[in-house]
Ligand binder design. Structure first.
Ligand code: DSN
Length: 432
């Protein structure tokens, strides 16, 4: 058989260009990371050929003896990593994992109470343009204008008023940790299921850098490619004592007989067909990596670097939503600098610095312009950047934002970015 380069040089060329882009730029998108060569190898394997609808030992196809082993290893490693009773590694993405959770816990028209997208929440937590907001009745809590933080008394008041069937926690752009105990109390008071979508923070949670939702929430979803540093994909988990968490509540409500079967069947056949076995193998590899001691130091460094960036920006007079960070990201409100997110993203891009424009709470700009940028540390920390390098990154970002249309300055910063990237090499291959 021919190699990709021989078979399809056009596609090979674009993969090579993208590899070079990742190697030569500062990757600061908070939801991105760099998967290991081993994880990428598993994804680029013949496992992509295999149909395996069903679950290990109960498939609808023959020839599943090896993929069964792989899926079992992925589930076992995930359970060990998160001290969980249950793991489903089949969701193709975070949004697919969330779709299965809705299917398991909600009926069309039921009420969800989630964090407002405009305050850092996620599309799948009830946005009117997403299936979640179209199928279910979505109500929202937000952050406070003066603190940028969630006020739990206000969440309680809202929950009492709207009586949700399920409360969701989790965010795409919230720089602070969550108070799961308070959320649990509120959910119990109003008789709601409690769901945490830890897509952004799963790696930090696995290593104890952030509060653990697994033991307090009924169900937890995640992606596997953000702080968790695995292949692009999703997963559903239930913490220890799943029977008490879900079995008892669900049976009382008369909706569910066996809680783990209900979750499994919400993924397949409820919302997906054949699982992506090559990606599940990549998840197994990445979970194996996450169980190593180096992953604990990596996550610690992700947070230290975010704090160093937050301090560096504050010292340069930037406004940060909530005044800083507890996790891997900062949200910079650019209004006091007379800038918007679109201008900032575009000029930083020209200097080799990749961030995304982002709404800030109570934003006055449209989502296509925005007043802020979101900056995350997971990817550059994977490259080996520490506090000192992140302070330099903040300095370079500030230089760009001081004069965003100055092409000469952008080009000179571009060279500094490239030099730092060369000091911390990333991928030495195009395809595996
Ligand atoms: N698109 C992801 C992010 O950037 O946060 C969330 O799904």
């Amino acid at each position: 058989m021919k190699s990709l380069k021989e078979q399809d040089p056009e596609i090979y060329d674009y993969i090579e260009k993208e590899t070079q882009r990742q190697n030569d730029n500062f990757e600061l998108i908070a939801s991105e990371n760099f998967a290991s060569k081993a994880t990428i190898s598993a994804m680029g394997s013949v496992l992509t050929n295999k149909y395996a609808e069903g679950y290990p030992g109960k498939r609808y196809y023959g020839g599943c003896e090896f993929v069964d082993e792989i899926e079992d290893i992925a589930r076992d490693r995930a359970k060990k990593l998160f001290k969980a009773d249950y793991a489903n590694v089949q969701p193709h993405s975070g949004a697919s994992a969330n779709a299965a959770i809705y299917l398991a816990f909600m009926s069309p028209g039921d009420t969800l109470l989630g964090l407002d997208l405009a305050h850092g929440g996620h599309l799948t937590h009830g946005s009117p343009v997403n299936f979640s907001g179209i199928t279910y009745k979505a109500e929202f809590y937000g952050v406070e204008k003066d603190t940028g933080r969630i006020d739990m008394d206000k969440v309680r008041d809202k929950a009492k008023k709207v009586k949700p069937r399920m409360i969701s926690i989790g965010a795409s752009a919230y720089p602070r940790d969550f108070d799961y105990e308070a959320f649990r109390e509120i959910a119990d008071e109003v008789g709601a299921f409690l769901w945490m979508d830890m897509a952004h923070t799963a790696g930090l949670i696995a290593t104890g850098e952030l509060n653990d939702p697994l033991q307090l929430c009924d169900v937890v979803s995640t992606t596997t490619h953000k702080t968790l540093r695995g292949p692009r994909g999703g997963m559903i988990l239930v913490g220890k004592d799943g029977e008490n968490k879900l079995g008892v509540t669900a049976r009382k409500s008369g909706r569910v007989k066996n809680w783990s079967e209900v979750l499994d069947s919400a993924v397949f056949p409820g919302s997906q067909g054949g699982p992506l076995m090559h990606v599940i193998a990549g998840k197994a590899v990445a979970f194996g990596e996450a169980l190593q001691p180096e992953f604990v130091s990596y996550q610690k460094q992700v947070r230290l670097n975010a704090t160093a960036m937050a301090n560096a920006f504050t010292n340069r007079g930037y406004d940060l939503v909530s005044g800083g960070t507890d996790n891997h990201l900062i949200l910079v409100d650019l209004r006091s600098k007379g800038l918007n997110g679109k201008i900032a993203e575009e000029s930083l891009d020209r200097a080799g610095i990749t961030v995304n424009k982002n709404m800030v709470p109570f934003d006055t700009e449209s989502p296509f312009v925005t007043s802020g940028i979101r900056i995350g540390t997971p990817a550059l920390t994977t490259r080996g950047f520490g506090k000192e390098q992140f302070e330099q990154v903040a300095e370079l970002i500030d230089k760009v934002l001081q004069d965003p249309e100055n092409e000469e300055r952008l080009n000179s910063i571009r060279s500094e970015v490239q030099a730092m990237c060369e000091e911390f090499p990333l991928y030495d291959f195009v395809t595996v």
